[in-house]
Write a protein that binds this ligand. Structure first.
Ligand code: M6R
Length: 613
C-alpha cells in the first residue's frame, strides 16, 4: 500500500515530506520519491528501497538549499505495475515535466489510456499505471489544473488517491480519492494531505476525510472542496484524538485486526481488474499471458508453505472441480526432497505472500530446471518468485505486517479461483452458465466478508468463554478440511493453543482418542452434500463431552440442535465458501491471542518471511 503526503505552507517542503513519509513507513513500500516546487520549477528526486536512500540522495542538496520550495508532494510506493525501481517510483510527470502526480491505487484501464495517449504524443518512461494520469492531465491542462483534474477523472477507471502539483500553479496542491484513503490536514498557515493520519499529527489534529471522488484544493491559508463535477462543497473537519501509534493501525488495536478488516477491499482489488464486461462478464487473465497454451496440461502441481500451502490445498479442490484436471498440492519443503516425477506438460502453481520463502523458491527452481512452466501467485512485486516465474498473478492485498497471514490468504484464494475457472473455460469444462454464476458469486464475496466482520462481537464473546481451552480441533470435509488446516494454524501461531485440523472422516481413525471435556471442536460445514456426515461427526465428539461449534450458511438450521454454538456466514457457492468461512476462524484466533495477553502481531519464534531453510 503506497503512502502519499503533500505540503503547502511556509516551511521548506522537502523535510516535511520526508518526515511524513516516515510516519507512513508501517504501510510497507519498496521505493520513495518527492517533488518540490521551487523557484526553478519542479525538482523530482526518487530512490528505490528504503527512505534512507532517498534521504542520502538529497542530503547535499538540502544543505545547499538546492531543493528549496514550500510546496511539494511525496510518495512511498508498493509496486503493483512494474518492479521497484527509481524510474517506476513516484512522482510521475507529464511530457512537459510541469505536472507531477503521486498515486495510490490501481488504474484498471491504464493500458487503453496509454495507447490513446501515445497516439496523442505522450512519451512514457515508466511501467506504471500511474504515469497515464500525468499525461492525461497534460492533455486536459489549459491553464487551470482543477479543470484538468475534473476532465481526467472522467477517464479513469479503478481506484486512486492522488496528490497533484503543477509548476504553473505554484500556490496549490490538488488531491482526490476513490476507494483509497486520503485525508487533508488543516494547519496554521500550512495545509497537508496524507494517506493516513499519522503523517499529519506533527502539524495538525484537524483533518478532513475525503469522500469518494471528492476533490480537495489546498492553498497555504485554506482548503477548498469540490465534487467530481467541480461544484463547491462545504465540509466539516474532525478532531483526531488518537496518538500516532494508534493512528498507524487505523484505530485498530493490532495490525492483524486491521488486516482482517481490510479483506473486503483487498478482495475487491484482486478481483475487479480481472473481470471484464463486454456483452457478458468474463475472466480476463490476458495481463498475465494465461492463454490457450496452458489448456492441454497434464496436471497442476501446487507447491507452497504454511498458509500459502493451505490456499494450495483449496486450489487442488478448485482445479479438480472447475478445470477437471488432476491436481496435487505439496508442501514445498517436502516436495524439494522427495525426488518427484516431472512431466513437461505439468503446470506448476507456486504460491507465496512474500515471494521469498526459501523452500518455495527451491521447489519452483526444481520445476523450472525440469522444463516446467511456472505460474506464481504472490503479493510482492519484484520478489524473487515474481522475477523467476513465467507468469505472475499478483494478489494486490497491500502489505501484510502481522506475522499471521490473513488478507494474503483470502486474496490468494481469489487468484486461485480465477485461474481455475479460466483454465476450465480453456478446457471447456466450465459452461457459460456456470461461469456467469461463479462470477456473480465471486463479486458478492467482498460485501459478504463485510457482513461477517460486522458480526465480530459474536466471535469475541465466544472466544471470551473458550480461550482457555486446552485443545481446539477443527474438522471439515473437502474445501472445509482445507479451511480447518488454516484455522488450526492461525490459532496455534498466535494464541499458542494446541490446535489440530482433521478431515472429519478421519476422526474415528485416531483423533477421536484425544477428545474429552477439555476440547473444543469447531466443525466447518459448508459442503451441502455432506451435511449429514458432518452432523454425525459432531455428535461423535459431543458424546465425548467436547464443546462444539459449527460454521455454516445463514439459511442452514441443520446443526442447530447438534452443536453448542452455530456461527453463520452468508450463502455462497460451496466451492467458494473458504473465502468467507475462514474469517470467523481468523477472528477467533485473534481474540484468543488478545484474551491470553499475547501480541498477535508478533508471535514468538516466528518470522514474517522464512528466507532460510
Ligand atoms: O511468504 P509466504 O506466503 O511464502 O510464507 C509462507 C509461510 O511462511 C506463511 O504463510 C506462514 O505460515 C504464516 N505465518 C502463516 O500465518
Amino acid at each position: 500500500m503506497c503512502g502519499i503526503v503533500g505540503y503547502v505552507g511556509d516551511e521548506e517542503a522537502a523535510p516535511v515530506l520526508i518526515s511524513g513519509l516516515k510516519r507512513l513507513e508501517y504501510r510497507g513500500y519498496d521505493s520513495a520519491g518527492i517533488a518540490v516546487l521551487g523557484k526553478s520549477g519542479l525538482a523530482i528526486r526518487k530512490s528505490k528501497g528504503a527512505l534512507k536512500f532517498l534521504e542520502e540522495k538529497i542530503a547535499g542538496e538540502l544543505k545547499e538549499g538546492a531543493l528549496n520550495g514550500t510546496l511539494g508532494i511525496g510518495h512511498t510506493r508498493w509496486a503493483t505495475h512494474g518492479e521497484p525501481s527509481d524510474i517506476n517510483a513516484h512522482p510521475h510527470t507529464d511530457v512537459s515535466g510541469k505536472i507531477a502526480v503521486v498515486h495510490n491505487g490501481i488504474i484498471e484501464n491504464h493500458a487503453k489510456l496509454k495507447e490513446w495517449l501515445i497516439s496523442h504524443g505522450a512519451n512514457f518512461r515508466s511501467e506504471t499505471d500511474t504515469e497515464v494520469i500525468a499525461h492525461l492531465l497534460n492533455f486536459y491542462y489549459h491553464g487551470d489544473l482543477l479543470k484538468a483534474v475534473i476532465e481526467a477523472l472522467k477517464r479513469l477507471e479503478g481506484s486512486y488517491a492522488l496528490g497533484i502539483a503543477c509548476e504553473d500553479e505554484p500556490d496549490r496542491i490538488i488531491a482526490v480519492r476513490k476507494e483509497c484513503p486520503l485525508v487533508a490536514g488543516a494547519g496554521k498557515g500550512e495545509n497537508l494531505i496524507a494517506s493516513d493520519v499519522p503523517a499529519l499529527l506533527e502539524y495538525t489534529r484537524e483533518v478532513y476525510y475525503l469522500e469518494d471522488r471528492e476533490i480537495a484544493v489546498l492553498y497555504r491559508d485554506r482548503i477548498e472542496f469540490f465534487n467530481a463535477e467541480g461544484e463547491r462543497r462545504e465540509k466539516q473537519s474532525s478532531h483526531v484524538e488518537w496518538d500516532a501509534a494508534a493512528a498507524e493501525k487505523g484505530g485498530y488495536e493490532h495490525f492483524m485486526l486491521k488486516e482482517i478488516h481490510e479483506q473486503p477491499k483487498a478482495l475487491t482489488d484482486t478481483l475487479r481488474a480481472r473481470i471484464k464486461t463486454y456483452a457478458t462478464k468474463t475472466i480476463n487473465l490476458e495481463e498475465i499471458g494465461f492463454d490457450q497454451s496452458w489448456a492441454n496440461a497434464n496436471r497442476v502441481v501446487i507447491a507452497a508453505c504454511g498458509t500459502a500451502w493451505h490456499a494450495g490445498v483449496i486450489g487442488k479442490y478448485a482445479f479438480e472441480r472447475f478445470a477437471r484436471i488432476p491436481t496435487e498440492a505439496d508442501i514445498a519443503s517436502e516436495y524439494r526432497y522427495r525426488n518427484p516425477i516431472f512431466n513437461p506438460r505439468d503446470i506448476f502453481l507456486i504460491i507465496s505472500q512474500s515471494g521469498e520463502t526459501a523452500d518455495t523458491l527451491a521447489a519452483m527452481r526444481m520445476a523450472k530446471k525440469n522444463g516446467n512452466r511456472i505460474i506464481a501467485i504472490t503479493n510482492a512485486v519484484g520478489s524473487t518468485l515474481a522475477r523467476e516465474a513465467d507468469l505472475v498473478m499478483y494478489t494486490w492485498a497491500g502489505p501484510e505486517i502481522a506475522v499471521a497471514s490473513t488478507k494474503a490468504f483470502t486474496t490468494q484464494l481469489m487468484c486461485i479461483y480465477l485461474i481455475a475457472l479460466q483454465l476450465g473455460r480453456l478446457r471447456e469444462t466450465v459452461s457459460d452458465t456456470e461461469l456467469a454464476s461463479c462470477i456473480e458469486a465471486l463479486e458478492k464475496l467482498p460485501e459478504q466478508a463485510e457482513q461477517i466482520l460486522a458480526g465480530k462481537e459474536n466471535i469475541q464473546r465466544f472466544a471470551s468463554q473458550q480461550f482457555n481451552k486446552a485443545k481446539v480441533f477443527y474438522m471439515g470435509r473437502l474445501f472445509d478440511y482445507a479451511v480447518s488446516l488454516e484455522s488450526a494454524l492461525k490459532l496455534k501461531e498466535i494464541s499458542y493453543t494446541h490446535s489440530e485440523a482433521f478431515a472429519a472422516g478421519e476422526l474415528k481413525h485416531g483423533p477421536i482418542a484425544l477428545v474429552d471435556e477439555t476440547t473444543l471442536v469447531t466443525a466447518l460445514c459448508t459442503q451441502t452434500a455432506l451435511f449429514d456426515k458432518m452432523d454425525s461427526n459432531i455428535k461423535e465428539v459431543k458424546a465425548r463431552r467436547a464443546a462444539t461449534a459449527v460454521i455454516t450458511y445463514e439459511d442452514v438450521d441443520y446443526f442447530d440442535k447438534t452443536a453448542d454454538q452455530v456461527f453463520r456466514i452468508p450463502r455462497t457457492l460451496d466451492s467458494l465458501s473458504p473465502i468467507l468461512s475462514i474469517i470467523p476462524c481468523q477472528l477467533y484466533a485473534y481474540y484468543c491471542s488478545v484474551l491470553r495477553g499475547l501480541d498477535p502481531d508478533k508471535p514468538r519464534n516466528l518470522a514474517k518471511s522464512v528466507t532460510v531453510e
